[in-house]
Write a protein that binds this ligand. Structure first.
Ligand SMILES: [Zn+2]
Length: 403
């Protein structure tokens, strides 16, 4: 069984690398097309950024494969022998934390290269070493406290309940819902300053928009996103009473009022069409499939790994193998998600105008240097949004490209 798992993981890695190579080939050609959507200089820069990112992801995929083999061939067994605790639950908590910490440290060079190499070269990243370290410290501490509680809970469910995977799913899904609920009001403020939107006129227009959509929210805020990165964004987060509109300060600075309202209109479209609820249901189904899978792993896999079927091994296998499962579920989810994006665009353009939304999307792409074209396989396996060129065409902008 172990051999089959190794072969599947290797094929998965090779397939990801194949997609990256296809994308690289595509970008090499597309870079020479007549520039669309973006100004000529940004168009070339965006293509280069994407090509560099692809090259990095090829290296990191190979590195992950190496790590996977390391864990499966001796890492898990080794960790079982060095982490010794009388208490079964305590052992599980320390084991999984150690596994995650080791993986994180081994992956850190890639994160540092992305943030301080690539993103600095292309002028996105504004983060300094101090903010980076503070972020790291805060998220590690949070994980240590809440992650440990969660690991303890799941371990307890695994050893105590029959058909543990159903109860494990129920518990984790409840936690996911809870985190969604408290994210904008309790978690996000740990990392960013939230300020009520100062511009009264803009604030009134936004509140008007919310009211028209029949939405009660606990406010419109801007965050100091510019202390990390120059890219623009906005989100509409939270569930129930914690719902809030969050605008990156970078977005407020760069977009005109009508463009901003169109972008928010798009986000409101997601709310209006209950996309957030649909996404929660979809991720629930995905999670259930995964729990079903990991709750019924064959004994021969554990024999092959030379380990007992302990909670910590089941949980670490979840971390190691769930990316493969979600990768192959992505194409289906992508189809639904792209459909929802078109619908949200329609709503957004009704809130403001097609022109305003189109011009906002183009500004976003230009500021974020996001290359407007991609290879088909990349779209199928990685994109949650339709290609920008197609979105603009639906909004009535005449974009003709060579592709
Ligand atoms: Zn959207």
């Amino acid at each position: 069984m172990l051999e089959i798992v190794m072969v599947i993981y290797t094929l998965y890695t090779l397939f990801k690398i194949y997609i990256s190579f296809m994308e690289l080939e595509f970008l090499k050609k597309a870079k020479e097309f007549k520039p669309v959507v973006l100004p000529a200089k940004t168009y070339k820069e965006a293509a280069s950024y994407k090509m560099d990112s692809q090259k990095m992801s090829i290296v990191s995929s190979l590195y992950e494969l190496l790590l996977f083999f390391g864990w499966m061939s001796f890492g898990l067994g080794y960790l079982e022998t060095v982490i010794v605790f009388e208490n079964e639950m305590l052992k599980a908590v320390v084991f999984v934390n150690a596994f995650i910490a080791i993986n994180y440290i081994l992956g850190l060079p890639f994160e540092i290269y992305q943030t301080f190499g690539l993103d600095k070269t292309y002028g996105f990243s504004t983060i300094d070493a101090k903010t980076f370290m503070l972020d790291l410290l805060k998220s590690s501490l949070m994980f240590l406290v809440f992650g440990s509680l969660l690991i303890w809970l799941i371990s307890w469910i695994i050893v105590s309940l029959s058909n543990w995977w159903i109860w494990g799913f129920v518990a984790i899904f409840a936690v996911v819902l809870f985190i969604n609920m408290i994210y904008p009001t309790l978690i996000a403020p740990i990392f960013n300053k939230f300020l009520p939107l100062e511009n009264e006129e803009l604030k009134n227009s936004i509140e008007n928009l919310l009211q028209k959509a029949g939405l009660k929210s606990s406010g419109v805020f801007t965050i100091d996103a510019s202390k990390r990165d120059k890219r623009l964004n906005a989100y509409f987060g939270g569930l129930g009473k914690s719902k809030r509109v969050v605008l990156f300060d970078t977005l407020v600075q760069k977009l005109e009022k009508n463009e901003l309202l169109a972008v928010l209109g798009h986000e409101l479209g997601h709310f209006k069409h209950k996309d957030i609820l649909k996404n929660i249901v979809i991720s629930g189904v995905m999670l259930l499939v995964m729990f079903g899978f990991f709750g019924n792993l064959p004994e021969s896999l554990f024999t092959g790994l030379h380990v007992e079927k302990t909670p910590q091994i089941i949980i670490t296998l979840f971390f190691l193998l769930s990316p493969v499962l979600s990768f192959f579920m992505m194409p289906l989810i992508g189809v639904l998600s792209r459909y929802n994006e078109y619908k949200a665009d329609e709503y957004g353009s009704e809130c403001e105008s097609k022109e305003a939304l189109a011009s906002a999307l183009m500004k976003l792409a230009s500021e974020n240097k996001s290359f407007p074209l991609s290879h088909k396989l990349t779209i199928i396996f990685y994109h949650s949004h339709p290609e920008l060129v197609q979105r603009l065409q639906k909004l009535g902008v005449d974009v003709s490209c060579d592709a």
